[in-house]
Design a protein around this ligand. Structure first.
Ligand SMILES: Cc1cc2nc3c(=O)[nH]c(=O)nc-3n(C[C@H](O)[C@H](O)[C@H](O)COP(=O)(O)OP(=O)(O)OC[C@H]3O[C@@H](n4cnc5c(N)ncnc54)[C@H](O)[C@@H]3O)c2cc1C
Length: 330
C-alpha cells in the first residue's frame, strides 16, 4: 500500500458513516471519512430527536456533533468534502475529491438519501416547526392535533396510518383523483375513520409564523381555501444519494444500493438478481468485494438514525473482517 492509501475510506457523514467510523477507528484501521458538503446528513434538517436510544431529547445537529467527536476521539480523519468519482474496478479502490485522488482497500458507502420536498418557501421556512418528512420521527409531537400528509403512494399511506396513532384527524392531500399506492394500503387508509382524503388538491402555501397553523390549498377549479392544521408531513418520496455509484456497483431500480442482505430479500420475492454476485458471509457487502454500504442509501424501509447507525456498525465489522481475511491486498 503506498503512503496515500488508506485501509478504509468511508463516504458519508450521517449516522451510518459516523457509526462505521467509530468502529473502524477503534479497530485500528485509521479510517478517513469523507463527510460531504454540507456534512451531517438528514439529522441536520430536524430539531428534536426523541427516539435515538440513550438520548431522550436531543437536537439532530447536536447528536451529529457527538457522533463526530466520538469518531475523532479514536482518530478518524474527517474531511468535509464530497467524493466526486470512484473507481472500484481494481483494489486499492480510487476516490476523487476536489483536485485530490486517494486510494483505499475497503470502502464503506453511507451517502444516505434525501427526502423530496414540495419546495415552497413557506414549507422550507417551517421545516422542523411543524413541517416534517418522517411520521415515525415526529408523529409523537402531534398528539390530539390535526395533521395533513401530502402524497399518493405507499409511503403517504403508511405515514397517514402511523399518524392516526397520535393525531385526532389526518388529512391526506393528493393532487389526483386516485392513489398510486398498492390496493391493500389504499383499503386500510380508506377504512380508517381518522383519515380524511382531499382529492385533486395542491398546496399553495403553508401558513404560520413560527409554527404550522394551516395550509392554502387549491382545487382543480383553481379555487383556493384555507385548511387549519397543526402539522404537515411531506410523503412524496425519497431519493438515495447514489448517482456516483451508477454502473460501479449494483443498484436497484430506484437507485438504492443492493447489499447481500437486500439481494437475498429481493431474491426471495423474485428471481431477477444474480445471487452469485453476492457474498453472504458479509451481509453489508455490495456487488464489489471490499465495498460495503449502510444506512438510507441501502435501506428504503426503516429510514431511522438508529437503524442507519446499526447498519454502519455492521458494515464496519464486515469491512474489518474482510480486510483480515484478504490481507494480501494491503
Ligand atoms: C426531517 C427529518 C427528520 C428526521 N427525524 C428523525 C428522528 O427524529 N429520529 C430518527 O431516528 N431519524 C430521523 N430522521 C431520519 C434520519 O435522519 C435518517 O434515517 C438518517 O439520517 C440516515 O442516516 P445515513 O447516515 O444513512 O444518511 P444521511 O443522514 O442522509 O447522511 C448521508 C451523508 O452522506 C453525505 N454524502 C452524500 N453524498 C456524498 C458524497 N458524494 N461524498 C461525501 N459525502 C456524501 C451527505 O452529505 C450526508 O452527510 C429524520 C429525517 C428527516 C429528513
Amino acid at each position: 500500500m503506498n503512503s496515500q492509501s488508506n485501509k478504509v475510506a468511508i463516504i458519508g457523514g450521517g449516522p451510518a458513516g459516523l457509526s462505521a467510523a467509530i468502529y473502524t477507528s477503534r479497530a485500528d484501521l485509521a479510517p478517513v471519512l469523507y463527510a460531504g458538503s454540507p456534512p451531517g446528513g438528514q439529522l441536520m434538517l430536524t430539531s428534536e430527536v426523541e427516539n435515538y436510544p440513550g438520548y431522550p431529547n436531543i437536537l439532530g445537529p447536536n447528536l451529529i456533533d457527538i457522533f463526530r467527536k466520538q469518531a475523532e476521539k479514536f482518530d478518524t480523519k474527517i474531511i468535509d468534502e464530497n467524493i466526486s468519482s470512484v473507481d472500484f474496478t481494481k483494489n486499492p479502490f480510487t476516490l476523487n475529491y476536489s483536485d485530490k485522488t486517494v486510494t483505499a482497500n475497503s470502502v464503506i458507502i453511507a451517502t444516505g438519501a434525501k427526502a423530496l420536498w414540495l419546495n415552497l418557501p413557506s414549507e422550507q421556512r417551517l421545516r422542523g416547526k411543524g413541517v416534517s418528512a418522517c411520521a415515525t420521527c415526529d408523529g409523537f409531537f402531534f398528539k390530539d392535533k390535526v395533521v395533513a400528509v401530502v402524497g399518493g403512494g405507499d409511503t403517504a399511506m403508511e405515514e397517514a396510518q402511523t399518524l392516526t396513532k397520535f393525531a385526532k384527524l389526518v388529512y391526506i392531500i393528493h393532487r389526483r383523483d386516485s392513489f398510486r399506492a398498492s390496493q391493500i394500503m389504499q383499503a386500510r387508509v380508506k377504512g380508517n375513520s381518522v383519515i380524511k382524503i382531499i382529492w385533486n388538491a395542491s398546496i399553495e402555501e403553508v401558513l404560520g409564523k413560527d409554527k404550522v397553523e394551516g395550509l392554502k390549498i387549491k382545487n382543480q377549479k383553481s379555487e383556493i381555501r384555507d385548511l387549519t392544521i397543526d402539522g404537515l408531513f411531506i410523503a412524496i418520496g425519497h431519493k438515495p444519494d447514489t448517482g456516483l455509484f451508477k454502473d460501479k456497483i449494483i443498484l436497484d431500480e430506484k437507485g438504492y444500493i443492493v447489499t447481500s442482505t437486500f439481494a437475498a430479500i429481493r431474491a426471495a420475492r423474485s428471481k431477477e438478481l444474480d445471487l452469485d454476485k453476492f457474498n453472504f458471509n458479509y451481509q453489508t457487502m455490495t456487488s464489489i468485494p471490499g465495498v460495503f454500504a449502510a444506512g438510507d442509501c441501502v435501506d428504503h424501509i426503516y429510514r431511522q438514525a438508529g437503524t442507519a447507525s446499526g447498519m454502519g456498525i455492521a458494515a464496519a465489522l464486515d469491512a474489518e473482517r474482510w480486510i483480515m481475511e484478504n490481507k494480501s491486498i494491503s
